[in-house]
Design a binder for this molecule. Structure first.
Ligand code: GLN
Length: 315
């Protein structure tokens, strides 16, 4: 097959998604997010042949939101190690909404996994640093391979002003001794990490690093320890799409993490980092058209973890 096949395929995936009615809604519970263009859509693949394939809105900046939970988990593992992290958060799926508070009362007070808000706030609190957000940004810049990764100040302030449920979660965690650091400072870091601006290529680059056991394919540099890359990917499989993780595992079958900013970051072992951006979300908080793109790519390229990828024909 011709080298350009993957370029054609990403465009086809985008057109396929857009052939469906846009039934989603842009997140409005964080008011600043509601300003996004509901019909925006982009897809980017960082492939192991060191080429980058893009279609649609790949330059648009949007906030990471829950996708930051993967990077925060890696940072926590790197700074305090797995025992201390998993002392404060478990690794089991919930079947509940990402911002649910209910299990903190009914399930032993420890958040069930790092991919939900309660778990990510616990992870944010365990990072051993005086300036956790600076460390988070530094790690993001390394993972994305560019220095100009910044906080979206407006989204951050909007999250801070509207984040009452996260505040409730954090105070419950503090009440149970899960959160030992200052609650407001931990929340401030959590709101900031969610409000870091990225584009689809940035997320595809992070996906590629995870797909390659923690190594940046462009530089050969190891940025994430193999053990931590494995933990991150496994949790993306079981919990990355919130209470839609099971359905996504059947329909797409690749490790993925979504955010209410409209991004989904994925990795295909030894092959690809993939990211989509489409801010129109389904009721679970996952990008409606983004899911369609991933379904299409998974089917066309046999990406499902149980189907044996055939991407070599395409690159
Ligand atoms: N900042 C968002 C929140 O805390 C992240 C949620 C998400 O992307 N699912 O609610």
């Amino acid at each position: 097959m011709e080298k350009t096949n993957l370029e054609i395929l990403v465009k086809k995936a985008l057109d396929y998604a857009k052939s469906f009615e846009n039934t989603g809604k842009v997140a409005s519970y964080i008011p600043e997010l509601f300003k996004a263009d509901r019909d925006a859509l982009g897809v980017c693949i960082v492939a192991n042949n060191k080429k980058i394939y893009k279609a649609g809105d790949c330059e648009t900046l949007f906030t990471m939101q829950s996708i930051s939970k993967v990077v925060a988990l890696i940072l926590a593992l790197q700074t305090v190690g797995r025992d201390r992290v998993f002392d404060k958060v478990w690794v089991e799926p919930t079947g509940d909404a990402f911002n649910s508070i209910v299990r903190l009362e009914t399930h032993n007070h420890i958040p069930l996994n790092p991919m939900i808000n309660a778990g990510a706030i616990a992870v944010a609190g365990v990072i051993d640093s005086e300036f956790p957000f600076s460390d988070f940004l530094a790690l993001m810049r390394k993972l994305c391979g560019r220095e100009d990764i910044y906080l979206n100040e407006k989204v951050y302030l909007s999250e801070k002003a509207s984040g009452m449920k996260n505040r409730a979660i954090a105070y419950m965690l503090a009440n149970e001794g899960v959160l030992e650091k200052d609650v407001e400072q931990t929340l401030d870091f959590y709101f900031k990490m969610c409000s870091v601006n990225v584009n689809a290529e940035d997320l595809a680059r992070i996906g590629s690093i995870l797909a390659n056991d923690g190594v940046n394919i462009f530089t050969g540099e190891r940025l994430v320890e193999s053990e931590y890359a494995l933990i991150a990917k496994t949790l993306m499989v079981t919990c990355g799409m919130y209470d839609g993780s099971g359905e996504f595992a059947i329909k797409v079958g690749i490790p993925a993490k979504s955010g209410v900013g409209g991004g989904i970051m994925c990795c295909v072992e030894d092959n690809f980092g993939i990211a989509v951006y489409g801010p129109s979300l389904d009721e679970k908080g996952n990008s409606v058209w983004g899911l369609k793109i991933l379904e299409y790519l998974s089917k066309e390229l046999n990406l499902h973890y149980f189907s044996g990828a055939k991407v070599k024909e395409y690159i």
